[in-house]
Design a protein around this ligand. Structure first.
Ligand code: EPU
Length: 307
């Protein structure tokens, strides 16, 4: 990134650019080398100019949320990492529709936890399954985050996407989601960014919504590790089974490569015991995949995304 590039990039944004930003502090794994630049974008206008500039400069970029499902290389990333801040963190209720459902609009950069707290206060039901899932709303949509038999796609009405040409709103019936995936997101990747979501929730009351959130959250705390940096479930569950159960049956809990370890509490969590590197996590990932393949004949596919 030469001086002219740096000057223009800085001038396009209201927030300071972090050059050579260590990404470990932006991921729940606490792993990842430096990104050439990390930018926080505060509104649609800034984001669009940024995309146009990066396109003209032929510079690679990636958007990240709270980095809760992400493994970033030890060597880092040679492009621009984009974070959605400012107006992309807003939440508002846009009314009730004909069927009595509540419409809540939120920016993709909004933390999923903040959105759930808003829903508890307002007494809006539909997102309780995710209470305690870290990350941003944008990340939750791209991953089709889910738990306890529910997933976010069932509450989505519309997704807002921005490309360097402008913004568009895509209705739910034009989108295809599957287990832990927004299938046609590939159509937008590299040229589009999810900036906001309109959700359709049902009206309940604060006490009932809060109670359900608390009970599911308690379940999660019991079964999932809390004390070491991790990225949630590392592998997708194979159809009809549980990756954690299969890994456990292979006796792999506690298996380590350097500071990367299979959690002793839940087999599908790879944890950072201190100074784990991305290389160690990947090495451990392959060991687990090999064991599960040779013992159960099943290929485990990572749920975690890689940069
Ligand atoms: N199990 C074991 N040993 C283990 C782990 C699990 O025997 O080490 C057994 C459990 O006893 C249970 C079954 O496997 O009978 C399933 O385990 P669990 O209830 O913990 O659910 P999971 O399938 O491992 C999924 C999601 C989680 C979500 C929970 C709760 C995936 C990959 N994971 O986990 O989502 O919180 O259900 O609904 O779908 C995430 O996606 O990051 C995530 C944490």
């Amino acid at each position: 990134m030469d001086a002219a590039f740096r000057t223009t990039l800085t001038s396009l944004l209201s927030q300071p650019v972090e050059w050579g930003c260590e990404m470990a502090k932006y991921t729940s794994f606490s792993i990842g080398g430096p990104a050439a630049a990390l930018v926080k974008v505060t509104d649609n206008k800034e984001l669009r100019s940024l995309l146009q500039f990066l396109y003209l400069e032929n510079m690679s970029w990636r958007v990240i949320g709270r980095g809760t499902n992400l493994l970033i290389k030890d060597e880092g990333y040679r492009g621009v990492i984009i974070l959605l801040a400012g107006s992309f963190k807003s939440i508002s209720c846009s009314g009730t529709d004909e069927e009595g459902a509540v419409r809540v609009s939120a920016g993709a950069g909004c933390s999923f936890t903040k959105l759930q707290k808003y829903c508890i206060e307002a007494g809006f039901a539909g997102l309780e399954f995710g209470f305690g899932i870290p990350g941003t709303l944008g990340g939750a949509v791209i991953m089709n985050a889910g738990a306890y038999g529910d997933e976010i796609s069932s509450t989505i009405r519309q997704v807002e996407v921005i490309t360097r040409q402008g913004g568009l709103a895509v209705n739910r019936d034009e989108l295809t989601f599957s287990y832990r995936n927004w299938d046609d997101f590939q159509n937008f990747r590299g040229r589009g960014i999810v900036t906001g979501v309109e959700l359709q929730l049902s009206r309940s009351n604060s006490e009932a919504v809060g109670k359900r959130c608390l009970s599911l959250h308690t379940e999660r705390l019991k079964s999932q590790p809390q004390n070491h940096p991790n990225a949630g479930s590392f592998f997708k569950n194979p159809p009809g089974d549980s990756a954690g159960r299969l890994i456990d049956l292979c006796g792999l809990k506690g298996l380590s490569v350097g500071d990367a370890m299979v959690s002793t509490q839940h087999g599908n969590f790879l944890v950072n015991n201190g100074k784990a590197t991305a290389k160690e996590i990947k090495h451990l990932m392959r060991l687990v995949q090999d064991h599960v393949k040779s013992t159960h004949g099943i290929d485990l596919e990572p749920e975690v995304h890689f940069i």
